[in-house]
Design a protein around this ligand. Structure first.
Ligand SMILES: [Mg+2]
Length: 371
């Protein structure tokens, strides 16, 4: 046997990959990007008579990388050791570059392998990881800059009334002059009892962001300002964090792919809340490592998007704060997965009656979106 054997060795079988491109419900934009579709890459990992499922939101190129490179690295390794497969994948992509597409490809495979292991043991993933809470708060996330104020208000009211959301997030930064008006409309729609978050996706200059922070806090009680400046401008984030209003958390981290990125961001004192995305930072294995770094800096972790996937690790982490219940991904996961989680009473609760992540691909429904 070429690979290290462990107790209860189960060889990983075929790694299957598919990609689906789903049009958005309407044209969408934030402070720095516009889009009209989303691609999901799904991995299915066979082994021991079970099939694990994992996914990432990326580009078709991720599927090519998995088929052409990662599948043969992982197949025949031990399904009981996702960490072993993870190490081998990280080693194998050295010359291709760790951040970006490689980390998203590893993420989809790694998540499928964790799902497979949990299924082989007949456990929900959260139980395998070691559960510390039954449910994790969500914040409803959308409020795109392409929305009219009426659309924005309707979306926010739906999350508050239907899903019991106690926090909602909107995009700003497309038109700085209009932002206060839009935030006013959002606050009016949700009333005073719901926390309001904003995300500029790095659209503002430093001083402009600082001015906006004070205005949005004082006039509308905004409690979270995500990427007020580019998340690569760690000094700028630190400036807003230190000189902005108390009661407003500065958040960033969604573009983090490896531990060094997160360590640098935290060492710079750039954020009050660290964000991370398991579908980007190399899967469940990578995400747990990021959480450990976050905890070492005494901060809370917020999961970026992919709610069905994040519910499990977030309920197994002491430093977990909340999950982004992102409009596009909630919709896609509901369309493509049986067992996708729905927020109730402002929380996501892993389904203990289902093994693994608890989702199954709706093959027939997915087929028409095949990329
Ligand atoms: Mg964001």
């Amino acid at each position: 046997m070429a690979f290290p054997r462990t107790s209860g060795f189960v060889p990983i079988g075929k790694i299957g990959v598919s990609a689906y491109t789903i049009p958005t419900s309407s044209p969408e934009s934030d402070g720095t990007l516009e889009w009209d579709k989303t691609t999901m890459v799904v991995v299915q990992a066979a082994g021991g008579g079970e099939t694990g499922i994992g996914y990432t939101y990326a580009a078709d190129a991720v599927a090519t990388l998995i088929t052409g490179k990662l599948a043969k690295i992982v197949e025949q390794r031990d399904a009981m050791s996702p960490a072993g497969a993870w190490q081998a994948m990280v080693h194998a992509i050295r010359n291709l570059g760790r951040p970006g597409i490689c980390s998203m490809a590893i993420a989809a495979v790694d998540s499928a392998l964790w799902d497979l292991k949990a299924r082989l043991l007949g456990l929900p993933l959260v139980t395998l990881l070691g559960q510390v809470r039954e449910a994790i708060p969500i914040y409803g996330s959308g409020g795109f800059t392409s929305y009219s104020d009426k659309q924005l208000a309707e979306q926010f009211r739906c999350w508050v009334e239907k899903n019991g959301a106690r926090k909602v997030k909107m995009k700003i930064g497309r038109d700085a002059a209009r932002d206060p008006e839009r935030v006013r409309a959002a606050r009016k729609a949700i009333g005073d009892g719901v926390e309001l978050y904003v995300d500029a996706n790095g659209a503002y200059e430093r001083k402009q962001a600082l001015q906006m922070a004070w205005r949005l806090r004082e006039d509308f009680g905004v409690a979270w300002f995500e990427e007020p400046v580019s998340s690569d401008d760690l000094e700028g984030l630190r400036l807003i964090r230190d000189q902005g209003p108390a009661g407003m958390a500065i958040a960033a981290g969604e573009y983090g792919y490896d531990l060094v990125y997160f360590r640098r961001m935290l060492e710079a004192g750039a954020v009050d809340v660290l964000q991370a995305d398991a579908t980007r930072c190399a899967g469940i294995t990578g995400f747990l490592k990021v959480a450990a770094v976050c905890e070492a800096f005494g901060l809370r972790l917020s999961a970026h998007t992919a709610p069905s996937l994040h519910a499990h690790p977030m309920c197994a982490l002491g430093c977990a704060r909340d999950i982004e219940y992102f409009h596009d991904h909630v919709r896609i996961e509901r369309m493509l997965f049986e067992g996708a989680l729905e927020a109730r009473k402002g929380e996501l609760r892993p389904d203990w009656s289902r093994p693994g992540i608890g989702i199954e691909l709706k093959r027939a429904d997915a087929a028409r979106f095949a990329a």
